[in-house]
Write a protein that binds this ligand. Structure first.
Ligand SMILES: Nc1nc2c(ncn2[C@@H]2O[C@H](COP(=O)(O)OP(=O)(O)OP(=O)(O)O)[C@@H](O)[C@H]2O)c(=O)[nH]1
Ligand SMILES: [Mg+2]
Length: 323
């Protein structure tokens, strides 16, 4: 059974709330990708060179990225030749298999925050302005509060006017504490205060909002390593997780950001926001290919519940299967 039939079968037997959210949130991407793929297989009954060129275009237009697209097309060509497959629909199935296995082969696939056994788990959230950092922090806090965990927020972005206030609003709404500093104060000192409070209150999860200014790489690198050092002094081994937030609607620019951040600090995960706002859902595969870091969560809308654990099956289903 092909992957698509397998996924259809899987989700028809066990319809989860999440699969509906993926289907709904990824409808723009699906219209772009799946419809094009279907019309391509109708246009070419038997495949030829032109077919593969058009297939390549579809992948690139979906933001899979040039490098990964060429790799996948090569793999599909090779497999189809070896198995003497010329039927376009079958080729499309092979393509989707390779998109799936390309992700799997790139390393670990953790999603949920990995909590430590003793003391607070510290999660650093980085990303450039406007990508959805604060919203994602609020969504994550909400998720773990619902699971009965205690959560503390730390407003480490002291540079952007209003950043602290924005986080404060979410802390109030969620009914949780926030540690903050003055405008333009040293973010590391706010992080330090945050860790002291987290330890004193013995909270389960501390989420630190970090400003992501990419103007100078060296500056960002120094800031992040200083912050990590300060955090580790109070809570050994911390930060345990560093998530990079990427806005899916920024396309290949998001991939550039991801590479830049990966160069200056070690990331344990990526969160892709605004998947509902893009028709180019392939960006997930491109970022995974470039960084090898697992996509931990994806944002499929603006509501609190619209942050979902990343699930490759649901993603492929959302991208390829019309409801
Ligand atoms: N549709 C949609 N909108 C989102 C998602 N995540 C965040 N947003 C919206 O994106 C906008 C920016 O989000 P913020 O959380 O303020 O982004 P930020 O990175 O904290 O921005 P700065 O603090 O200004 O750097 C808000 O209007 C959010 O509602 C998502 O998954 N889907
Ligand atoms: Mg913010």
């Amino acid at each position: 059974m092909g992957l698509i039939s397998f996924l259809k079968d899987k989700f028809s037997k066990k319809k989860t709330e999440d699969i509906d959210a993926y289907s709904e949130g990824m409808s723009k991407s699906r219209q772009n990708f799946s419809n094009k793929l279907n019309s391509l297989s109708k246009k070419y009954h038997k495949v030829n060179q032109d077919y593969f060129e058009e297939l390549e275009e579809i992948l690139i237009e979906s933001d899979v990225g040039v490098k990964l697209t060429l790799k996948i097309i090569d793999e599909v060509l090779e497999e189809s030749k070896k198995k003497h497959i010329t039927d376009a629909e079958e080729i499309n199935e092979i393509l989707i298999n390779h998109m799936f296995s390309g992700y799997m082969e790139k390393g670990e696939t953790a999603t949920d925050v990995r909590f430590v056994n003793n003391g607070p788990t510290v999660l650093l959230v980085v990303g450039v302005n406007g990508v959805g950092k604060t919203t994602t922090i609020a969504k994550l806090a909400n998720r773990y509060l619902k699971q009965g965990k205690s959560v503390l927020l730390v407003a480490g972005d002291t540079f952007r006017a209003g950043a602290t206030e924005q986080l404060q609003i979410w802390a109030d709404r969620l009914g949780i504490n926030i540690v903050k500093g003055d405008y333009n104060s040293d973010p590391s000192s706010v992080a330090y205060d945050g860790m002291i409070k987290a330890k004193k209150d013995n909270v389960d999860l501390v989420i630190v909002d970090v400003a992501g200014r990419l103007q100078t790489k060296q500056y960002l690198m120094d800031e992040l390593s200083k912050m990590k050092r300060v955090i580790g002094k109070v809570i050994p081994e911390a930060p345990h997780e560093t998530f990079l937030i990427i806005d899916a609607t920024t396309g290949q620019n998001g991939v550039v950001q991801a590479k830049a951040f990966a160069e200056v600090t070690s990331l344990t995960g990526v969160v892709i926001t605004k998947m509902d706002g893009t028709s180019k859902g392939g960006i997930i595969l491109a970022i995974r290919d470039e960084l090898g870091v697992p996509v931990r969560f994806i944002g499929l809308g603006e509501k609190m519940e619209d942050l979902k654990e990343f699930d490759l099956d649901s993603y492929i289903y959302g991208l390829c299967v019309e409801k």
